[in-house]
Each structure stands twice: as structure tokens, then as C-alpha cells.
Design a protein around this ligand. Sequence first.
Ligand code: ADP
Ligand code: MG
Length: 693
Amino acid sequence: MAFRMSLDDAVQFVPGVGPGRAKAFAKLGVTTVEDLIEHFPSRYDLSPKSIPIEDIEEGQVATIVGELRRLRSRGSLTKQRVTATLEDGTGKCHIQWFHSPYLLDKLHEGQVVRLTGKIVVLEDRAKLTNPKWQAMDDECDALEGDEEVWNPVYPANQQLTSAQIKRIIVNVIDDVVELIAEFLPPDLLHRRNLPSRRLAILRYHKPLSPSDVNVSRRRLAYDELLLCQLAVQMGRAQAHQSRGAVPLPRSETVDARIRQRLPFKLTPGQDNVIEEICTDLARDVPMSRLLQADVGAGKTAVAVYASLVAVANRKQVAMLAPTEVLAAQHFQKFTSYLSDSKVKIGYLAGSLSKQKRTSALDEIRSGQVDIVIGTHALIEQSVDFSDLGLVIIDEQHKFGVAQRAALSAKGRRPHTLVLTATPIPRSLAMTLFGDLDASVIDDAPPGRQPIVTTLVTADVETRAWKFIRDLIAIGQQVYIVYPLVDESEVLPLKAATVEVSQLAREHLAGVKVGLLHGRMKPAEKQQVMAQFRSGALPALVATTVIEVGLDVPNATVIVIQHAERYGLSQLHQLRGRIGRGSKKSYCLLFSDTNNPKSKERLNILCQSTDGFHIAEQDLLLRGPGELLGTRQHGLPTFKVADLCRDIHLLQQARDDAAKILRDDPKLKKSQNRELQRELNRRHSASQTLIRVG
Ligand code: ADP
Ligand code: MG
């Protein structure tokens, strides 16, 4: 090596880079030598097998391997070309490259090269013009002959192509790889049968065989997952140690009083999670608990219970809902359960008049209000609590990590309960909520019947509408969901606004049809919802504003137009609007799609009502970002690891992280020093994010 490099050096000083390309690299997130060698290929192209020259045919794109002969430079300055002959023992091929004089420096006679290009056969002479070339030296010798070659393809941009990046990395990797330290303890490497980090990085950039890619990838993905698990688990341990929360114990009297307030008997599943929650609440460690349950399982009752435990301890409760319609519904429910009690319930949402808002804020600040239910408006800076003891986040997937943290920050270490009806596959839950203890309601209120889900194609639509009219005639109610509010020029979608009048004229003639969409004024929304809730409005055309939380048990049918446009989990949520009472319910997925993939997706929904199963399928089909539906989901970004593919590896990493931390909770022991250093390097920025629930 002509000069000494360190991993911290600026990438600019790597041969072939310089200031201009350093800027282009910076855009790819590469500023140091270390970043450069961790700029991993996003995929590999398989070079075609080479064929003997005697077999090549006119017009064919072929790869040939042979020895270069008669390498010459010809022509004028303006029409310069390099010519050569390639011989492989079966024949000769004439080669010419235009405008590439530098090739004379790179190639030499007698060299074995691999050429790919379109063959022209003229008067029995095979010719290749401007072929792609690859020198077969050193390691590549192993490939000589007919092995397939795996060519790394790098994330690139306009200023810097994948090929340029590859050349720079391949050129420097052998020297730099020496500098890479191993941070995994040897026994772990051995136990999990992982290659050294050095070898993994080298072979990921310069694979000799497909298995090199797989073995290297496994190691590099494992590193990401293990470090993430260490960060998550250390954060969680820290949270469990932190004190300073006010314990909120529950006496038997309080338990009995709360149960009396509820209009039904809690299910065993609800009782179980309530026990878990109450155990947490009674401690001086702030609770950080995720409550997962399928749609309709009865999470609200659990939230009511937890709230009343806090109120019994003279603490305030804040409950955050993602939409105003849902916040209002919760407010009504809480109010009806607590109608003749002293508990005071407040409501805070963007639509409040200035005057009402001011008085709500005053009551929250002075402690007159015990439980405040609201939307994002709760997070605003002007909202001050007198003594916030419990924070409840409903439909947590609709909120970002920062928003959840902002609400918690309004109390002094309040307990936190997070509710979700988007069942999160275990792999994601582990990564996202490693710091949250999870509870699951694993049953449903009694008397529920399975929802029937069918695909409705154009030819049976008329029959479907007749079926719906018949149900309406016996007093049941229907949701009709459209993907958009307004007719869009780009997308030929039936839009809710247009469709209401049409429905009222045709399929639902004589039926009162209401409309609910996101752009309506809050007061209008509340009015429509009140009518639907009371049964005065048998049919409600809506956009996905109804996606979360709405609870009208008398609604037994949901029609989802253009069902193929939604993700599986979203469809499952929408379907969750029905089947909330004891009557048989129907989910009709209207779709004319001919796309086999879309059909397959919709069929998953027809066959299963298990939210966890559906979420897992959705994860496989669309990936974690889409599934969680928000950019602020706080999911760490991995370069190599893939939460769909690497579930098994993630479980190993989780177990290994736990084992390491059991033995050395702060990673202070000498055998873990490198691990600790690597953890700091990678997670210093994101650790705070991971810790907040
Ligand atoms: P989700 O878990 O989707 O938020 P909800 O809390 O809205 O579900 O409850 C769904 C419906 O089930 C509501 O109408 C609620 O009143 C009812 N419910 C909840 N728990 C019970 C129970 N233990 N027995 C009977 N009905 C219940
Ligand atoms: Mg709910």
C-alpha cells in the first residue's frame, strides 16, 4: 500500500475519489473510508456464462473469455480506436473500442479478459464493437472458464455510477479490510457460525461465489440486528430501573366500583391484561405497556379501567386518539359509563371554539378535569396538566414516536399505555417496542360471530346490493367505503361525493344515505356520526376516516369499493367496523381487478379474520414501512438486514443480546469492549428515539 489509511479518513483521499466525487459520495451518506466499505451492494447482477467463440452467432449478445492478441491503437485523433483479437482455442474474434485510448494502459497482450457485447459476423469473421470488459486476474482466475460471476450493484446517483463505485471499492478494499476490527466475541462467532467481519465485508464486495454473498450477508445483517437489540434491550433495562413514577395502586373496593360502571362483564382476556397493567401501575417505575388486540376485542374498556385506577389515586389521565370522530366517540363512552359519578371528563380537539378551548385548558391546568380525551390538540404546548399520572395512546400506529413522547412530557414520569389494533408481527414488535412490555387480549366479547368476507366482482354487484337492501329493511346498517373524496382526473375512481347521490338514486333508492369524509367540518362529521349511531341513517358512505376505532354495533355490512387499493392490514381495520355485536356481519370487497397478485391478497382476507396472520402476510407483501403506514414509526433503518426475510436471524440476535446483557448489563467487561464501541458508533443518534414508548 502506497500510503496509510485509517477508517476515519475522509473518503476524498481514497484513490480515484477526490473532492468532486467526495461530494457525490456525501449524498449517498458516505463521508469516511469506513462509510465507503459499508456502502454495500444493493443487489448482484449475474454475468452471463461465457461461450466458445466457435459457437457465437450473428446478432447474439455473448460473453467470451480468451487471451488478447495484437492490441493496437489506430486511427486519427478524432476517430481513434483500439483494436485487438481475442482467442480462446476454438476461434478468433475481432475487437474494437472507439474513443477509449486509456484501454492501452489497462490491457496488454497475452492478458485473459472477459468480453460481453453484441456479435456481428461479417464474411465469416466475428466482430465485437465496444464490448464491456473485465480482466481475469488473481481471484477472478477462479472464475475463468464458465463460472457465473456475481457483480455487485451499488446504490448510486447521477454523479457517481455503480460501476465507478465498484471500481473505487474493489481497488481499495484489500488494503482497508485489514483495518476492520472484530467486535463480536469469538465464542459468539463460533456458536452462530459467522465469518469474521473482515472476511464478510471483503466477500460482500468481491464475492467469489454466490455462497459468499449469502454468508457475508448473514453476518452483516446479524450485526445490525444484534446491535439494534442491544440498544433496545439496554434502553428497556434502563427504563425499568428508572424510578420516580407515582405508584397507582388499586384496592378491591376500587376494582369493584370500576366493574360496576361497565355495562358488561369483562372477558378473561381483558381481565388478564388489566392484571398486568395494574401490577405495573402499582410500581414506582413508569409503566410502558403496549396493549395489542384485534379489532373489536374491547380495548376501550381496558383503557377505561386503567383511567379509573389513576383517577382513584387522584391523578389525571390523558387519552390521545388519532381522529376527532374517534376522540368524540371515546368521550361519549366515558361520559356514559361515568354519567352519575364525580369523575369529570374533558374533551380537547382542534374544532373547539376559542372560548371552549380556553376553559378546557383552564380546567386541565387546575386539575378540575380528571380525564381528558382528545386529538393532536392535546400535544400542543399550551396544554398543561395539574398532575398527569397516566397517558393512553389509542391506535398508536397513527402517531409518531415524537408525538407520544410529547404527551408523556406533560407529566412527571407518567405511566403510559399504548393501544394498537394493527397487530404487529412479532419481529416488528420486538424491534419497535423492545422497550415496551406487551399485553395481548386473546379473546373477544361473547356472542361474536365470524365475519363473512367475499369478493364482489362487477357481475354480481347487483345481487350484492339487493342483499344489502334486504338487511337494511330489517333494521341493520351499512358502511360504504370509497378510497377518495373527490372525483380525481388521474385516477378513474368512483368518488364518495359523486357516488352518494348515485347510490341514493339506484342501488339504495329510498334509503337515507349519509356522507362522511375527512374534509368535512368537525361539527358536520359529528352530526352525521350521531345520526348513524342512532340508526336514523341506515347507510353511510365514507372515506377511510372511519378506518380506526369507530364502534357502531348495529352496523353489520361494510362495502369496500376498489378494495385492491388498500393494504391488507388497512382492509382488516376497515372490516373491524362491523362484527362488533352479536349479529352476523358481512364484508364485501368490491373489486374488478384482474391482477392475480391483487386477487391473491384479497383472498387472504376472505380466508382469515386473524389480524396477526393478516399483518404477517402484509409484512411479507409490502414490507414494514408500508405496513406501519407512517414515516415516523421509529423503525431503525437497516442497510442489510430485512425484517421480512431475517425473522429467524432477528430471533437469534435477540436471544444473543439478552445473553450478553445478562452477563454484562452495561457492556463493561473487556470481551465486550469492541461491541460497546460499535454500539456507540451506530446507535448514539437513534438511542433516544428507541427509548421513548
Ligand atoms: P377495540 O378493541 O377495537 O377498540 P372496542 O373497545 O371499541 O374495541 O370494543 C368493541 C365493542 O365490544 C364495543 O361495542 C364494546 O362496547 C364491546 N365490548 C367490549 N368489551 C366487552 C365485553 N367484555 N362484553 C361485551 N361487549 C364488550
Ligand atoms: Mg378501539
